[in-house]
Design a protein around this ligand. Structure first.
Ligand code: SAM
Length: 130
């Protein structure tokens, strides 16, 4: 009885890179970022920029392009999540397998991020657990 069999039988996705599908090019985040950049530009606001959680720098590259020449602080552990964070992430994303999350953000480094962004002079990698 009842119409919930689909949900009851739902299993965690086994996509190779589930996060890829959460941030496609041209998605809402990019549009919001562009609007923010335009606003900041039109107000003549000065200052540095930062991203908290850069992983391999894919989104940081977008930020970099919209704010050329500003010092850019790039925060990340550069080694993925610890056990406490893993538990929180698994709660937030129950549809993604826990063992995927545990490995998900390990595959990065300061060098990889700088190579992706391509502006070493104004980049400040900040290895930290926030
Ligand atoms: C989903 S990725 C974000 C990637 C990037 N913002 C993008 O959209 O392309 C999250 C990143 O934040 C890092 N991270 C998550 N919690 C963190 C914390 N408390 N301190 C430092 N880094 C953290 C992870 O290690 C991972 O590299």
């Amino acid at each position: 009885m009842g119409g919930c069999s689909f949900f009851k039988s739902a299993r965690p996705l086994e996509l190779k890179d589930p996060f890829r599908y959460m941030a496609p090019e041209g998605d809402m985040r990019h549009q919001v970022l562009k609007r923010l950049a335009d606003e900041i530009e039109s107000l003549g606001l000065e200052g540095d920029i930062a991203e908290l959680g850069v992983f391999r720098g894919r989104f940081a590259r977008k930020i970099r392009k919209l704010f050329p020449g500003r010092t850019f602080y790039l925060f990340d552990t550069f080694e993925g999540f610890d056990d406490g964070q893993l538990a929180l992430e698994s709660e937030k994303f129950p549809h993604i397998k826990a063992d995927y999350i545990s490995q998900a953000f390990k595959d990065t480094s300061v060098e990889a991020v700088l190579a992706e962004i391509g502006d070493v002079e104004h980049s400040r990698p900040m290895e930290a657990r926030l």
